[in-house]
Design a protein around this ligand. Structure first.
Ligand SMILES: *Cc1c(COP(=O)(O)O)cnc(C)c1O
Length: 231
């Protein structure tokens, strides 16, 4: 399958999922996860009309983004170390993977130095997996007000990577839990949060049915990543 065919099929599946859920097709953004793929693949996807791309490593993004069309928007979706925040603020339009107050404070400091504000999502460890990054829900609710008070940070919503499964339907309860947590978080900050970033190649349709506004798709678009480069 060509990139164009893959994109076509994904967009059709997004539209069908929106229809099932009674949602507008343009209420879901497709974020093309470009990790391990070269700038040529990004440019080819951009030529097909994609504008939103994701990377999970600052080092890889630093090398790749300058070689890609300048009009693209990049989201950071990986674990962010505090010593990489300055660069992340320069490279990315949004950081989707904030999972502590300390990290939010560091991003705030770097955004201030760069004279910008930084849109973020808070990453939630929805299944309580020991091996994963992300907030425990109760801790997120406890730190939310402090993060929301940071002047250079804008909280746009929540993000999650549920446990890997070959069965898309198994992700549904996790997606639903993230949606419910977003409602509780909105009540804490007293303002709506527009985004739920959830759903990947294997389960983005279920995520859309459960309210995703950003689906992060790599493999279904660009093909398999080489095992040695797996994130
Ligand atoms: C790699 C990655 C994706 C994309 O996964 P695919 O299964 O290839 O679509 C989505 N989100 C995050 C955080 C990732 O690291």
């Amino acid at each position: 399958m060509s990139l164009a065919e893959n994109l076509d099929s994904i967009q059709q599946r997004i539209r069908a999922a929106c229809q099932r859920a009674g949602r507008e097709p343009n209420s879901v953004a497709l974020l093309a996860v470009a990790k391990t793929h070269p700038p040529e693949a990004v440019s080819a996807a951009a030529d097909l009309g994609l504008l939103l791309f994701g990377e999970n490593k600052v080092q890889e993004a630093r090398a790749k983004i300058p070689l890609c069309p300048g009009r693209l928007r990049w989201h950071f979706i990986g674990h962010l170390q505090s010593n990489k925040c300055r660069e992340a603020v320069e490279l990315f339009a949004m950081i989707e993977s904030v999972d502590s107050l300390a990290l939010a404070q560091e991003i705030n400091k770097r955004a201030e130095a760069a004279a910008r504000t930084m849109p973020i999502l808070l990453e939630v460890n929805v299944a309580g997996e020991a091996s994963k990054f992300g907030y425990q829900p109760e801790r997120l609710l406890a730190e939310l007000k402090a993060i929301n008070a940071l002047p250079r940070i804008e909280i746009h919503g929540l993000m999650a990577v549920p446990p890997w499964t070959p069965v898309a339907e198994s992700s549904r309860p996790h997606f639903r839990r993230l949606q419910e947590l977003k409602e509780r978080a909105e009540a804490v900050v007293g303002a709506p949060m527009p985004h739920l970033s959830m759903g990947m190649s294997g389960d983005f349709e279920v995520a859309i049915e459960e309210g995703a506004t950003i689906v992060r798709v790599g493999t279904a678009l660009f093909g398999e990543r080489k095992w040695s480069q797996k994130a």
